[in-house]
Write a protein that binds this ligand. Structure first.
Ligand code: 5GP
Ligand code: MN
Length: 386
């Protein structure tokens, strides 16, 4: 479970321009009183003024259905929490924060997992709640409730998708491209992170924020807002951050661990991969494309695990001359995990969807097959359609 060292966190510019939430809009609508104590989160009936939200979220009945589902479960029920494959800070932080919340409510059989090998990037190896992680091939085959985190579609759950057919499910997410799967979808499109949704649900369940839960939700929030740099960083996001910091968590230590720590081999690997970056100013109808790629051989030469490549998109997308950036990360021979980012002119979620993936307007991805040249030819063609 403990992996080789490596920094993991690539920033996900996430949701793009969000409607600014007016300062001081920390209110609940009538009938939306929190069930829990403490400072209430910022959310309206539709979730549209949730931190970073830009459009309607769950109806009041959906929040109520989620609360009733959980309150109606015996405390020894088998509860399985699943986040997306290759989990990032938001996926893990949202899932583990909620897992700790369920434990606080008295649930005794809570398992948290994600598809693939149970290897945690070093950046997340010290996350509170990690003791609740169970490898995908050892989790409940017959859960009584499934909760999904930060997954826009069933395909992001890999081999664990079958659990959705065996039990009712609550889906917590913030992707505009979410397919609406699950028994009780709790999706706030445009929210800054899935942890925004988690905090609202925990509050409605009456779970007070403690430092362990807050650290998980904070890691999720800083990851998906790029340390509060992206447009999804509304006043309500900072109000949520304030509630989390008020529990006494240590932001500098967390940020160093999440963003600024990587092994020497990963530093050398990044340098090598960045040195083959290419700029195509005419691509994307003149808005510019910048790209690079990293192979399994690159990883092996530097003795690194694939997740050290997650942050590689950040220096690439700094390129001023390109609106769109693209990093191909080889997953298997002939298979690539492709990351796309936009500065705003191109909606890369549309490009990713056209190529079989998904994501947000400014941060998206897909799985591709073939050579680097073949995959890039497809990316260029899809960009020309936008
Ligand atoms: P990243 O480039 O950081 O891996 O992913 C950026 C965003 O793109 C993620 O938040 C996720 O929403 C989306 N994404 C990445 N890869 C895939 C994929 O293979 N399929 C889908 N549906 N979405 C993806
Ligand atoms: Mn997310």
């Amino acid at each position: 479970m403990t992996p080789p060292a490596g920094a993991a966190a690539g920033t996900d510019p996430g949701t793009g321009p969000a409607t600014a939430t007016p300062a001081g809009s920390g209110r609940r609508l009538a009938g939306e009183a929190p069930t829990g104590g403490g400072v209430s989160p910022v959310v309206g009936a539709a979730g549209a003024d949730a931190p970073g939200a830009s459009s309607a979220g769950p109806a009041p009945q959906q929040w109520a259905a989620a609360v009733e589902t959980l309150q109606g479960l015996p405390r020894d029920a088998r509860v399985l929490l699943i986040c997306h494959i290759n989990p990032d800070g938001d996926a893990l932080g949202s899932m583990l924060g909620f897992a700790l919340g369920l434990r606080a409510l008295g649930f005794t059989r809570v398992q948290a997992t994600f598809p693939g090998p149970m290897e945690l990037p070093e950046a997340y190896a010290a996350m509170p709640g990690r003791e609740l992680l169970v490898p995908a091939d050892e989790v409940f085959t017959d859960p009584e409730l499934v909760c999904c985190f930060d997954a826009a579609s069933v395909s992001r759950l890999g081999a664990l998708a079958d659990r959705l057919e065996r039990a009712p499910s609550i889906v917590l997410d913030h992707h505009a491209s979410n397919s609406g799967f699950g028994t009780v979808p709790l999706v706030i499109p445009g929210a800054a992170a899935t942890s925004v949704v988690v905090e609202i649900l925990l509050d409605r369940l009456g779970v007070p924020l403690d430092a362990a839960i807050a650290e998980c939700l904070y890691i999720a929030l800083v990851t998906d807002t790029g340390s509060f740099r992206f447009d999804s960083t509304t006043p309500a996001v900072h109000q949520l951050a304030a509630r989390l910091l008020a529990t006494g968590i240590a932001p500098a230590e967390i940020s160093r661990r999440i963003f600024d720590t990587r092994p020497y081999g990963a530093v050398r690997l990044h340098a090598e991969v960045l040195s083959r970056t290419r700029l195509e100013p005419a691509a994307a109808r003149g808005r510019g494309l910048v790209w690079t790629y990293a192979t399994l051989d690159d990883l092996a030469r530097h003795g690194q695990r694939p997740y050290v490549l997650e942050s590689l998109i950040d220096p690439v997308r700094a390129t001023a001359e390109a609106d769109v950036s693209c990093v191909l990360k080889q997953a298997l021979p002939g298979e690539w995990a492709v990351s796309l980012r936009s500065k705003g002119a191109v909606d890369v979620s549309r490009v990713a969807i056209a190529l079989g993936g998904g994501g947000h307007r400014l941060a998206a991805g897909f799985t591709a097959y073939g050579t680097v040249d073949e995959v890039l030819a497809r990316v260029r063609a899809a960009l020309d359609q936008e």
